[in-house]
Design a protein around this ligand. Structure first.
Ligand SMILES: NC(=O)c1ccc[n+]([C@@H]2O[C@H](COP(=O)([O-])OP(=O)(O)OC[C@H]3O[C@@H](n4cnc5c(N)ncnc54)[C@H](OP(=O)(O)O)[C@@H]3O)[C@@H](O)[C@H]2O)c1
Length: 254
């Protein structure tokens, strides 16, 4: 996720100075390949105005052990770690200018969604800085209720995975029907982006678009009847609820 953010920030503002910290040599080489400067360890002192923390929550403790100098840093810290709450971040990082963000991989293409929560202690000017910075990654929404962050993790962080899962079904069906792989991929991707555009224009419950496509008694309805019979919508909602519960567990276990 860290490299997606770096790529998105670079695209949004090609003049920005970005330094990625990546301990893994293979990943570091791939970040450098993408045109972003990357080094192995966090410099001491840290000169950056903004620092993104994109380790996994499970790595947070070892990250703090390896980088104790982060506790002297007085800039802005934006954590994208699932589960780890604002009070834990401000305490363990010894920093008052902390933001918790839940982005997704589409940030790399400036088409992401990012949900952000600011610590109560952040200054207005830092809040504005973060707003300007993250709005370059796509849709940005500030929230005040931290409880929503677990749902944001399930919905926004995982969102591209669920849509890709559905897209994989369309893709596999297209191939099994005889389309070439390249055509199957083009059709699937265009179906997703075309539908997304229609949904944005309609500004209505997505089921209305589904109903618009379905001629009563027609072919699409036959497919949707099977989805309904197999409770596909309920299954997806159950999946998101489980992801949300996992986010809450992650917070308690770090
Ligand atoms: N995946 C998503 O789409 C997504 C979406 C929203 C939020 N997130 C959040 O983003 C975070 C990263 O997720 P991910 O899926 O990108 O996981 P990941 O692919 O496993 O990446 C974790 C990154 O943290 C690095 N890291 C570990 N210890 C470090 C240290 N001491 N110093 C510096 N870097 C260190 C890892 O490097 P090594 O390879 O060397 O371990 C790796 O680059 C998680 O907290 C997750 O909740 C992910």
């Amino acid at each position: 996720m860290g490299s997606a953010i770096a790529l998105g920030l670079r695209r949004a503002n090609p003049e920005s100075s970005i330094l990625a910290i990546e301990p893994d040599a293979v990943r570091r080489a791939s970040i450098i390949n993408g045109g972003i400067t990357a080094i192995e360890i966090l410099p001491n002192p840290i000169a950056s105005e903004v620092l993104f923390l994109a380790t996994t929550p499970q790595d947070f403790s070892s990250f703090l052990e390896i980088n104790p100098h982060i506790k002297k840093y007085k800039g802005i810290i934006i954590s994208v770690m699932a589960g780890t709450c604002i009070s834990e971040l401000t305490d363990r990082l010894n920093c008052s200018q902390v933001f918790r963000a839940m982005p997704n991989l589409a940030c790399a293409e400036n088409e992401g969604v990012t949900i952000v929560l600011a610590a109560a202690s952040v200054t207005q000017s830092n809040s504005k800085k973060v707003k300007n910075l993250l709005s370059g990654l796509g849709l940005l929404l500030f929230i005040q209720n931290e409880k929503l962050m677990h749902s944001a993790t399930a919905l926004v962080g995982g969102g591209p995975a669920y849509l890709s899962f559905f897209a994989a079904a369309l893709y596999e069906y297209a191939i099994s029907s005889g389309f070439e792989k390249a055509s199957a991929l083009l059709i699937t991707a265009q179906l997703m982006s075309g539908t997304s555009r229609l949904l944005k224009l309609a500004q209505d419950d997505p089921i209305k678009l589904c109903e618009r496509v379905m001629t009563p008694g027609g072919t699409t309805q036959q497919a949707v009847n099977i989805f309904e019979k197999n409770q596909i919508k309920k299954t997806i909602i159950d999946g998101l609820k489980t992801a949300c519960a996992r986010s809450a567990t992650l917070g308690r276990s770090t």
